[in-house]
Design a protein around this ligand. Sequence first.
Ligand code: ZN
Length: 228
Amino acid sequence: MKQIEQKIITGQIKVVTGLHIGADNNKIEIGGMDNPIIRNPLNNEPYIPGSSIKGKMRSLLEWDLGLVENSKGKPCSCGREDCPVCRVFGCGNAKTSQDNAQKRGPTRLIVRDAMLSKKDSDCFKNGDSLVEEKSENTIDRITAAAMPRPIERVVPGVCFDFEIVYRVIDIDGDNGKTDIVFFNNTVLKGLKLLQNDYLGGGGSRGSGRIEFINLKDQDNKEITLEEN
Ligand SMILES: [Zn+2]
């Protein structure tokens, strides 16, 4: 086994419809709202955890590949070297992971936390209202009265800096060929599926649509998701 290259993809995630990635309930401040978003504790700015992006990509790919049928709702943990999901995203089952570690190699994909973009771009620049408090209503079936509950969302137009690192590894002298194939049909496909779906909560009610913009690789070559 030998590492052939590290592909580094950078760009931005642009919020298209209000984004709600919820904070841990224990972190809610007294007097704060019921459904706050996650924030960077150092500067209180909203951010998107890499785990949210990676987890959603993986889940959408498992649906796309038909791996959810016997999963009991859990992530694929077959650990096989030809399973794009376990190979690219990692295998969470200690036994299958260990049994096949030599053939499968290490987890290929790292997804960084996406922090609020400071770059000059087409993104939202008015620093004072990055978030909104949106009210969502349940309608009382008898009286038709609205029963509101507030949720916090990052407003459309805000951008976050996006970075993923993908390791291409030579296994059994294939010169990284399999990993290159998986980069195209799994990683780029996952980004495309995510862009067509949503991030965070409330997706079926309109929240969480995002767009990947200004994507490029480590050689400054533009990456498009269109053909994936
Ligand atoms: Zn698997």
